[in-house]
Design a protein around this ligand. Sequence first.
Ligand SMILES: [Fe+2]
Length: 160
Amino acid sequence: MVDEVKAEGKGRRVLWQDSESLAFLSSGRKERKDFHIDPSDEVTLQLSGVQNLVYIDSEGKQQTAVIKAGQMLLCPGGVPHSPRVEENSWFIVFERKRKSGEQDYFTWYCDNCGEKIYHVAVEVGDYRQDPVSQVHQRFYDDERLRTCTKCGHTMPVPPP
Ligand SMILES: [Fe+2]
């Protein structure tokens, strides 16, 4: 299936979104920097390559969980996490389908000084509409949103 999704030129595909759960296959995003706060648990099954899941622990410190091919990791609901992938990283993520009105959050911190520069709440709704890409597009399309008010650094747009 990875080959099929690669052939489509896409980096992800929703496998199902039914009953109480959803699952998607993904190759991650290049130079991903935002932290996602999901109200539901997320279970990652790494199929190939390596994923460095950077997360913020209960004391506010950044930690990294390295997930290698064949390994699984549970990221509990509410833990801010940022999947940073290496070459040829493919993985499946299992999540709970969100309830109506439930919100996910996305936060970017300044590369230069660490200040929180953008924080947004979204109802992700239908995963097939790729809500995460929509949030990323809004952020990267607007230079004001990605410019730090504390130090003036502008976050660069990641490669396509
Ligand atoms: Fe800054």
